[in-house]
Design a protein around this ligand. Structure first.
Ligand code: SF4
Length: 451
């Protein structure tokens, strides 16, 4: 019987799987609002997986974590729409993450990891149905062949601490290059270029197929996006696609909450104890040069607003520094407008939001600029010096530098936070204002227990 392909459910030989293979874009009408909301929900799942993997969570923990993230974020008020949400969100993120090599690489790894965890949770019949859907030409090993290699299979199972296989267990014989991770981990018996893989190991084979299909599809999507999508359609979608690739998914820090105010007299102490490196650097440069370029004024100014510096204090703070360089009159004329603007008192009167890590990390500071994320922009030497100045020394510096080398800047910042405060930060750092408020909470509880 030929497999029946459906966007809603995959049905092969009457076996139903709710895990789609995302072969072709759905012929569904999607409201722009759902287009964005569904994608944000899926992004929460992929980001959660990415953070946990880079923090070195164990494989057993990862599976549970991924499935919990999936259940929390991918629900839909109508149960029948869950699969559509899954498919729509995948294709929207394809569009978002097809545009550069780095984006493609990240999306490919996270989607493959997610697919792997979900596949493992499927029933055995559904797993075989998915194998059939990939048109994998492998047949189960016959009982006579099983008997001929049984001893070897028993040895492999024992070395993995598993029970010995019996004639009822299903094995497949596949070219060994199709299961590279099983071969690398010596978790299969290989004979004459073929690996004998158990049903429980089929996930490796299927995940390799999934990955190579998606990899090709991402290149094609990118080509289509740049050449064939109608301009009108592109104009409508581009702002959403761009916002999604740098979207911040955490709480809103536009208004200070727990720590209602910081005052000018405390600001230097608070900067030393609770500002993340990006803001400490801007703060120190401002004190040193009595000037910051536009990018720095925006990044630091909005952060200070978010930590509770009132407009009058902000004006006094910036004026005290800038007037030493450009004079009070020029400050009033050229710079005070920008500060009032950040507080929503000028122009469109929008209350501007402090920048998230993602936005800061993706900025590209030019010569003479001091904004951006130091973990990304500093040389190794400068970063080591800055960490030492914050009180991070010894092995902790090496751990931070490791994360930086692997371009996990937010994790590097999280490790710095943990080293500075002697306290863990399981949620990771996603926003400079979160760094500040988490730091203040720790400082306050330390002060209370010392009192
Ligand atoms: S990771 Fe975020 S908070 Fe930390 S330095 Fe970079 S931008 Fe600032």
């Amino acid at each position: 019987m030929e497999p029946v392909r459906s966007q809603r459910k995959l049905i092969v030989n009457d076996v139903v799987s709710t895990l789609p293979l995302y072969r072709s874009a759905p012929a569904l009408e999607v409201r722009l609002e759902e287009f964005e909301l569904f994608a944000l929900d899926r992004l929460r799942v992929l980001k959660g997986i990415s953070d946990a993997l880079s923090r070195g969570r164990k494989p057993e923990e990862m599976e549970k974590l991924a499935i919990d993230l999936w259940k929390t974020n991918m629900r839909h008020p109508q149960a029948s729409e869950v699969i559509n949400k899954d498919i729509i969100s995948h294709f929207v993120l394809r569009l978002v993450y097809c545009r550069t090599e780095d984006l493609r690489k990240w999306f490919l790894s996270m989607e493959t990891a997610l697919f792997r965890y979900r596949f493992k949770r499927e029933k055995q019949e559904a797993q075989r149905a998915l194998m059939a859907e990939f048109d994998l030409p492998y047949k189960a090993v016959s009982s006579s062949e099983f008997e001929s290699v049984k001893e070897k299979l028993v040895l492999v199972s024992r070395s993995l601490g598993q029970s010995s296989p019996t004639a009822d267990d299903i094995f497949f014989k596949v070219p060994f290059e199709e299961v590279p991770e099983l071969v690398a981990g010596r978790r299969v018996f290989i004979s004459k270029g073929h690996a004998y893989i158990a049903m429980s190991q089929v996930v490796s084979l299927v995940a390799t197929q999934f990955r190579s299909h998606l990899s090709r599809a991402l290149i094609l999507t990118n080509r289509k996006w740049t050449t064939t999508i109608a301009e009108q359609e592109k104009d409508r979608l581009t702002p959403i696609v761009e916002a999604l690739s740098s979207s911040y998914l955490g709480p809103d820090y536009s208004q200070p909450k727990e720590f209602a105010q910081i005052s000018l007299k405390d600001i230097d102490d608070v900067a030393k104890s609770s500002f993340p490196l990006c803001m400490r650097h801007l703060f120190e440069k401002l004190r040193e040069d009595h000037h910051l370029k536009h990018g720095g004024r925006m990044q630091l100014g909005l952060f200070l607003k978010g930590v509770g510096l009132k407009l009058d204090d902000a004006l006094a703070f910036w004026k005290a520094e800038f007037s030493r360089k450009v004079g009070a009159e020029r400050f009033d004329k050229e710079y005070s407008y920008g500060i009032r603007h950040n507080y929503g008192r000028e122009g469109k009167r929008t209350d501007y939001t402090p920048y998230s890590c993602q936005k800061i990390i993706s900025s590209t500071p030019g010569v003479g600029d001091h904004h951006g994320c130091p973990y990304r922009n500093f040389s190794e030497e400068n970063l080591r010096a800055a960490l030492n100045k914050m009180g991070v020394t010894g092995r902790a510096v090496g751990d931070v530098m490791d994360k930086v080398r692997n371009r996990h800047y937010q994790l590097a910042c999280t490790l710095t936070f943990e080293a500075v405060h002697g306290s863990s930060c399981d949620a990771g750092i996603n926003h400079p204002n979160q760094y500040f408020s988490d730091s203040q909470k720790i400082m306050q509880s330390k002060n209370q227990s010392a009192a």
